[in-house]
Design a protein around this ligand. Structure first.
Ligand code: FAD
Ligand code: DLZ
Ligand code: SF4
Length: 523
């Protein structure tokens, strides 16, 4: 009498709730399926990472004595959908019951709920306890709050985990040290990400992905593939971060430098989201670095806040507001995504071309590139919410809808009318100039707004504020900025509007084909 446990590509943790339930005779099913690999056109590195990590995890389970049914992408019997793979396995093995840890995305949760009606045996969907805050705890946090804010949530999690606490008080006497974390980079060296020899399993997957997903965005080259595909590699990445990067993480968290793709960032999001590392082990390692004198409080607090604050908070919002959250478009943004989001050589704006090059080469861009360059541009230019969200979900190796959607639709595009952020993260070129060296080498002039040569971020920014003036005037945090706009006068506003509309007319936009992958391509 055996049960079967379906393990998804981002559930690669030996402590997974569903795996914890299994008896020795029970079986695990894992499947590489076309539907998951192409519901958006994922970056080639993301697919290679997920497949290689799945294969390594299956091997680890098998080594530990577990029976694993592993369906490779090229298996001729593969039906290419998770649900139909469950039904196929059930037909051939007649399991007594199924168990699965709830998926990270709404669409799959729906599919699994309807699978329950198709299977002749019971299926149990268990909570994903790899997060620090359950859905119920998050609902309780939201209850009675008109305007939930991450900072309040974060303090609760600090208290419940005891991270960076001295009894009831925050270590260092403050909850948040962000005012120390806004430096532009000086001329110091930045560390190179760690590397390890590529194993034959990853080599094989890279070949497969380059062969089958050749029309997907992004470079995939075995010489440059840097993402950890198993727990040992993920621990090396974490160790490198703690010892080489964390001390400077806080100071330069918001900095951007041409050619320096990862600066002092941790590069742990892919491992965390796949389940190769847990949030608490990462935070404990950072806390130990504080106590061991390896890193200062502004760095450690800033880093821990990202993980127990932002990461948990966006997941809570996703599950609390889906499915309607995905439909939100409160600023009515409709402009098709510019084609240069898929090819950085199509723009002469250095900031955008750098962020998109990093994305193409590494399936990575750090937070400020995502928020204040590609995100800010999409916001102020009024790009289609759906296309922008699909882009972010496709192009980053760490992207899953539960984390991508609130960050993109909510934080970057302000399309949720202030659920995620109390005001839009919009800025002119001034912010980019302050935090980067991009503008020095750009053909546009960041100091100008009303000339042909002016930085497009400048006139798009004021045009954006002008277009949404009425809505933003109800937000007290926007009052100062709108006062500046009021001082412009009609002629200046008209010039800005003309420059913005000329810019839109000049930029090549993309059709839907960049986003969809036809099923028959593989089969
Ligand atoms: P670090 O800068 O070193 O940060 C440490 C960790 O904190 C990250 O690994 C991540 O786990 C967590 N973290 C930091 N900020 C956030 C955040 N806003 N939300 C959730 N977790 C956070 N992160 C993803 O993991 N997947 C995504 O699909 C994703 N999409 C994003 C889209 C947009 C528009 C924006 C603005 C941010 C997005 N982020 C996403 C958050 C953040 O940019 C990435 O987590 C981070 O850049 C990953 O690199 P790192 O591991 O070097 O992070
Ligand atoms: C991202 C991804 C990809 C590319 N491929 C698979 C796959 O073939 N099989 C699988 O089980 N999972 C895959 N995943 C991860 C899922 O898309 C992920 O579990 C859901 O998006 C929920 O977060
Ligand atoms: Fe970007 Fe404007 Fe600076 Fe050019 S001048 S890099 S477009 S912010």
């Amino acid at each position: 009498m055996a049960r079967c446990c379906l393990v998804l590509g981002d559930q690669l943790s030996v402590s997974l709730s569903s795996l914890n339930l299994l008896e020795p005779e029970d079986v695990v099913l894992m499947a590489e399926v076309w539907s998951e690999a192409s519901y958006v056109k994922h970056h080639k590195q993301k697919i290679a990472l997920v497949f290689s990590a799945m294969r390594h995890f299956a091997e680890e389970l098998t080594r530990s004595g577990r029976r694993v049914l592993y369906v490779e992408l090229t298996n001729p019997e593969n039906t290419h959908h998770l649900v139909s793979e469950v039904l196929r396995a059930q037909a051939s093995h007649q399991f007594d019951a199924w168990v699965v840890t709830e998926p990270g995305e709404w669409r799959l949760k729906q599919e699994f709920e309807s699978l329950a009606t198709e299977l002749s045996v019971p299926i149990q969907i268990l909570p994903d306890d790899r997060f620090l805050c359950s859905h119920e705890e998050f609902e309780a946090f939201l209850k009675g709050r008109k305007q939930p804010r991450m900072e309040h949530f974060y303090r609760k999690i600090r208290q419940s985990t005891g991270l960076l606490m001295e009894g009831k008080n925050p270590i260092g006497g403050q909850w948040n040290f962000d005012h120390d974390n806004r430096k532009a980079l000086d001329n110091r060296q930045t560390p190179t990400p760690p590397s390890w020899p590529l194993d034959p399993m990853t080599e094989k997957v890279i070949e497969l992905v380059n062969d089958r997903f050749s029309d997907h965005f992004g470079d995939l080259d075995s010489e440059r593939f840097m993402w950890p595909v198993n727990r040992d590699q993920a621990l090396l990445m974490l160790d490198h971060f703690i010892n080489e990067r964390l001390a400077s993480f806080g100071d330069f968290q918001d900095a951007m430098v041409r050619g320096k793709d990862t600066l002092f960032h941790s590069l742990v999001s892919t491992s965390l989201n796949l389940g190769l590392l847990s949030p608490m082990e990462i935070c404990r390692a950072a806390e130990d670095a504080l106590h061991g004198g390896v890193a200062p409080i502004n760095a450690v607090e800033g880093f821990i806040r990202q993980i127990i604050g932002w990461r948990e908070y966006v997941r809570g919002l996703y599950w609390a507001y889906m499915p309607s959250y995905k439909e939100r478009n409160s600023l009515d943004a409709q402009w098709p995504l510019p084609a240069f989001y898929w090819d950085e050589t199509k723009t002469d704006m250095v900031c955008l071309s750098e962020a998109i090059r990093n994305t193409r080469e590494n399936a990575y861009a750090h937070h400020i590139q995502r928020l204040m360059v590609t995100g800010n541009f999409a916001l102020i230019a009024g790009c289609s919410i759906e296309q922008v969200c699909d882009w972010y979900l496709s192009v980053y190796a760490d992207a899953y809808e539960w984390v991508e959607l609130p960050n993109t639709l909510g934080m970057a595009l302000f399309a949720d009318d202030g659920v995620m952020a109390s005001k839009p993260y919009c800025s002119s070129g001034k912010y980019i100039d302050r935090m980067s060296d991009y503008c020095k080498g750009c053909r546009y002039n960041v100091k100008e707004t009303e000339t042909e040569n002016a930085c497009p971020f400048n006139y798009l920014y004021w045009d954006f504020l002008n277009r949404h003036r009425d809505r933003f005037s109800r937000n007290p945090r926007m009052a100062m900025i709108l006062k500046n706009l009021d001082r412009f006068g009609d002629e200046k506003v008209r010039t800005i509007q003309t420059l913005a509309s000329d810019f839109r007319a000049r930029v090549q936009t993309c059709g839907g084909d960049a986003l969809q992958s036809p099923q028959d391509q593989l089969l």
